[in-house]
Design a protein around this ligand. Structure first.
Ligand SMILES: NC(=O)c1ccc[n+]([C@@H]2O[C@H](COP(=O)([O-])OP(=O)(O)OC[C@H]3O[C@@H](n4cnc5c(N)ncnc54)[C@H](OP(=O)(O)O)[C@@H]3O)[C@@H](O)[C@H]2O)c1
Length: 339
């Protein structure tokens, strides 16, 4: 039996191109004790993959992909064979060996900072792929960033960047439901309208429309109390300038800097001057909060008071295009590849 995998064919220049990837086919190894064979059905397309395509990756993060190596990422699938007492054929599972059609997965190994451990998923009446999106890692990331890291209060004005994406769209709605005033930013006029008209943001702006600091000052003339940072770079720098004293930043991601050698912002002294609190986090360390997150997001999705969108690409070969389109702002909501 063989597996088809998306492999790194060449290291990207500034722009990621389809030719940086290739589909390779290789024989699947015989299952060892404690291993499970999974037929993948849904692949999560995540910005952080971009970091691992370069020669040099940030220390302390996940290792770079070697040339010819298959990519990995969160995935959902069905167990077709098992040599683990904990999984039987027919089980629906999540795990970290995405970017391929069949995967031999260790039943015990963790991965992706805690997010990728082989786990049974019981979708009930939910669409299965939502366990990669609002009921999965994207929902958990939004929930942790807002409630564990920022500790949002109803009186807060909160800025959320990349707000029409997988994490940002859930964060925008959770903050709004909590009573916060939400300023949201994204990369197209359609996304800006969607943020205000559908997701409940009080103000929204397109980050292409000028200096981000000026756009933020216009949207929140009295400043902001908290910033949920999905973008980094100039967005982070703008937040430092516009946070009120004792403001907070949750450093969730820095997608504008992935694949670049962006310099540090020159206004870091604002952190001291305004007694700001800045916390990075990796949602995989908060798996114990899945139930808490789902107890809020689930009913919201069920009764229609929360919305969820997805951008779906069909077939394993479309995964590189999905990644490129997502990084370039051409998707909305959660980006997925359906096998
Ligand atoms: N800490 C964690 O555990 C964790 C977990 C998951 C994700 N993350 C991070 O969270 C962030 C969002 O992830 P996601 O999965 O929800 O992705 P996403 O928001 O669905 O997709 C990324 C979006 O970022 C925006 N973007 C790309 N380049 C940009 C730039 N130069 N300036 C401004 N915006 C830019 C684009 O939308 P626009 O149209 O708005 O430009 C793009 O569609 C990423 O930084 C990711 O690495 C962190």
């Amino acid at each position: 039996m063989h597996s088809r995998q998306i492999c790194l064919a060449s290291r990207p220049a500034a722009q990621l191109e389809p030719q940086n990837f290739e589909v390779r086919e290789s024989p699947l190894p015989t299952l060892e004790n404690g291993e499970v064979l999974v037929r993948n059905t849904w692949l999560s397309i995540d910005p952080s993959i971009r970091l691992r395509l370069d020669d040099v990756v940030p220390s302390g993060y996940l290792p770079r992909f070697e040339l010819g190596e298959p990519l990995v990422g969160l995935a959902l699938g069905v167990v077709v064979d098992s040599r683990s007492d904990d999984f039987v054929p027919g089980d629906t599972v999540s795990h970290m060996l995405g970017y391929r059609d069949y995967a031999v997965v260790s039943a015990t190994a963790g991965g992706l900072g805690g997010a990728g451990t082989l786990t049974t998923v019981e979708p009930g009446t939910w669409p299965l792929q939502w366990f990669l999106g609002p009921l999965g890692s994207s929902g958990l990331t939004a929930y942790v960033g807002l409630f564990e890291i920022l500790g949002i209060e109803p009186t807060d004005t909160v800025w959320i960047s990349a707000a029409a994406g997988a994490v940002g769209s859930i964060a925008t709605q959770l903050a709004r439901r909590h009573g916060c005033t939400v300023v949201a930013s994204a990369g197209t006029r359609q996304k800006v309208d969607y943020l205000v008209d559908a997701l409940g943001a009080s103000r929204a702006f397109d980050h292409h429309d000028g200096d981000v600091g000026a756009l933020l000052a216009d949207a929140a003339p009295d400043g902001i109390d908290a910033y949920f940072d999905n973008v980094g770079g100039g967005h982070f720098s703008a937040a430092l300038d516009h946070l009120r004293p004792h403001g907070r930043i949750a450093m969730c991601g820095a997608v504008s800097t992935y694949g670049t050698t962006a310099p540090m912002p020159s206004n870091l002294f604002q952190i001291t001057a305004k007694s700001l609190r800045i916390n990075g986090f990796r949602a995989g360390a908060y798996n114990h909060l899945y139930d808490s997150m789902r107890s809020i997001v689930g009913p919201g999705l069920r009764d229609g008071t929360m919305l969820y969108e997805e951008s779906v690409y069909d077939g394993l070969g479309s995964a590189p295009l999905a990644l490129i389109e997502m990084l370039n702002g051409r998707t909305r909501g959660k980006t997925l590849c359906r096998l």
